[in-house]
Design a protein around this ligand. Structure first.
Ligand code: SF4
Length: 416
C-alpha cells in the first residue's frame, strides 16, 4: 500500500547553512523536495535510494550479514596498532561515538577538511579576528564582500537567505555586494535578478587579495592586474558610505593560491582595522561535510578541534603527526575507518591500507573498500544535531524515511 506524507520545516544536513525550511513529500521510502532552489532540491533528492544504492554490508564485493561485517572489523582492528577514524561528515551523536570508540582503541581521529579549518583557526590564534552570524549579516550588513566564488556554489541559498533576503529587521535601501574573484556571468546575473542589491564584480586573482585590501585601506590608487582605477574608486566610495561591512569566504577557495593563510589573515586584519572608526565583521563559511559540527563537538569534548589521537589515557593533538592525508599518503596507518553519512563525492580509497567505510547507501568510492557497512543519513533516516557555519545555532534534524539502516552511533557503539 502506498503511504504518502507531506513534511514541513525539515533541516537540511547537506551544507553548513543547515536551512530549516525544507518541505518534502514522501512516498514510501522515496521523497521529493519542494524547494525553489533547484540546485538544493536536486542535491537533497540525490540521496534517495536507487538501483545502485548499497543497503547491505559488504566484505569486498560480497554481501554479508551485519554481524559478520562487525566481527571482521573487530578482528582487523585488534590485529593492528594504528587505526585512523576519518570523518567525512556525521552528526553530533556519531561524533560522540567516534570519540568513545577512539578512546577505547587508542585511535587517531581527523576530519577530511581539517586543513581548511586550521587556515581559519590560525588567524584566530595568531592575529585575532571579529566574526558575525548569518542572521546579523542578513539584518544589518549594508555591504558584503565575497572573496572567491566557491562559497556560492557550496552554499547555494546564501544568496536568498542572507545576501538578498526578502525580509530583514533593518532593511537598507539596497545591499552592496562586492564579488572578488572569477564569478561566472550566470551567478552575477542570478544575484542581480533578485533586485535587492547592487553588484560589483572584480575579476581579481585571489593571490592579490592582500594587495587589494591594502589599497582599500589607504588613499593609494595604484593599479593591480584585473583592477581598473574606476573600479577601485567605486569600491572605495561604496565602503566609505557603508555602516556595516561583512567579509565572507570559504577557506577551500584559496587552496590553489600561493598562500591561503596569508589571504585569510589579510582579510581579517582589514576587518579588524575597520572597526576603529566603523563597524565590520568576518563571516567565514565552513565546509559542507559537517565541518563545524566536528570542530565544535571535538573542541568541547577533547579540547582540540581536529587531528587528535587517544594515548596515555587522554586525547593529544598534533596537526602534523595526526594529519590524516599525510598518514594515508605515507601509509603510516594500518586501518582507516571512513565515516561518511552526507558526502556526495567519491571517497578516496588508498588500497595499500585496509579501508572500512561506514557510509550512506549511495556512497561511491575510487576503489572497493575492504568492508562497507551502510548507515543512515542524519536528517533523513534518523534524528540528530548539527552546528551551523556561524557556530551560534545548533539545529535539530528530523527523520523522514524508514529504510531500517543503523546509525553510525549504533555501529561504533556495537564495536566499542
Ligand atoms: S543551502 Fe545548503 S542547507 Fe540550504 S537547502 Fe541548500 S544544501 Fe541544504
Amino acid at each position: 500500500m502506498t503511504s504518502q506524507n507531506n513534511i514541513k520545516n525539515l533541516t537540511c544536513p547537506f551544507c553548513s547553512m543547515h536551512c530549516d525550511d525544507i518541505s518534502v513529500t514522501t512516498t514510501n521510502d522515496q521523497y521529493k523536495v519542494d524547494q525553489k532552489n533547484t540546485v538544493c532540491a536536486k542535491k537533497i533528492e540525490s540521496y534517495n535510494l536507487n538501483t545502485k544504492s548499497i543497503v547491505m554490508p559488504m566484505v569486498g564485493k560480497k554481501v554479508v550479514k551485519l554481524s559478520e561485517a562487525l566481527k571482521k572489523i573487530s578482528n582487523l582492528i585488534k590485529g593492528h596498532n594504528e587505526t585512523l577514524i576519518l570523518n567525512h561528515g556525521v552528526e553530533l551523536a556519531g561524533l560522540r561515538s567516534i570519540l568513545s570508540f577512539a578512546s577505547q582503541r587508542n585511535c587517531i581521529v581527523d576530519h577530511v577538511n581539517s586543513k581548511f579549518l586550521y587556515q581559519n583557526i590560525g588567524v584566530v590564534q595568531r592575529t585575532g579576528y571579529m566574526a558575525t552570524s548569518l542572521t546579523e549579516t542578513k539584518n544589518r550588513a549594508d555591504a558584503i564582500i565575497i572573496f572567491g566564488n566557491e562559497v556560492l556554489t557550496k552554499t547555494p541559498r546564501l544568496i536568498d537567505k542572507v545576501l538578498t533576503p526578502k525580509n530583514s529587521l533593518f532593511p537598507t535601501s539596497k545591499k552592496e555586494i562586492i564579488l572578488i574573484g572569477n564569478f561566472s556571468a550566470k551567478i552575477v546575473k542570478n544575484i542581480k535578478g533578485k533586485g535587492k542589491c547592487n553588484i560589483t564584480n572584480i575579476k581579481l586573482d585571489l593571490n592579490l587579495v592582500g594587495d587589494f585590501l591594502k589599497l582599500l585601506a589607504t588613499d593609494d590608487l595604484k593599479l593591480l592586474k584585473g583592477l581598473k582605477k574606476s573600479e577601485l574608486i567605486k569600491i572605495k566610495n561604496i565602503l566609505n558610505k557603508s555602516k556595516y561591512i561583512v567579509a565572507t569566504w570559504t577557506a577551500s577557495d584559496f587552496i590553489k593560491t600561493l598562500n591561503p593563510k596569508k589571504i585569510i589573515a589579510a582579510i581579517c586584519k582589514y576587518i579588524v582595522d575597520l572597526n576603529v572608526s566603523s563597524r565590520a565583521a568576518c563571516m567565514p563559511i565552513s565546509g559542507i561535510l559537517a565541518d563545524e559540527t566536528s570542530s565544535q563537538a571535538l573542541t568541547w569534548m577533547t579540547g582540540f578541534p581536529s587531528s587528535i589521537k587517544h594515548m596515555d589515557g587522554t586525547f593529544k593533538h598534533d596537526r602534523n603527526a595526526f594529519n590524516s592525508q599525510k598518514l594515508i599518503d605515507e601509509k603510516n596507518v594500518d586501518v582507516v575507518i571512513h565515516v561518511s553519512t552526507i558526502n556526495s563525492g567519491k571517497l578516496k580509497i588508498n588500497s595499500d591500507i585496509t579501508n572500512i567505510v561506514l557510509g550512506h547507501p549511495n556512497t561511491t568510492f575510487t576503489s572497493t573498500p575492504d568492508i562497507f557497512i551502510p548507515v543512515g543519513i542524519p536528517g533523513i533516516d534518523y534524528e540528530g544535531i548539527m552546528f551551523r557555519t556561524d557556530k551560534v545555532v545548533s539545529v535539530a534534524l528530523k527523520k523522514i524515511r524508514d529504510i531500517k539502516l543503523p546509525s553510525t552511533q549504533n555501529i561504533l557503539d556495537n564495536l566499542a
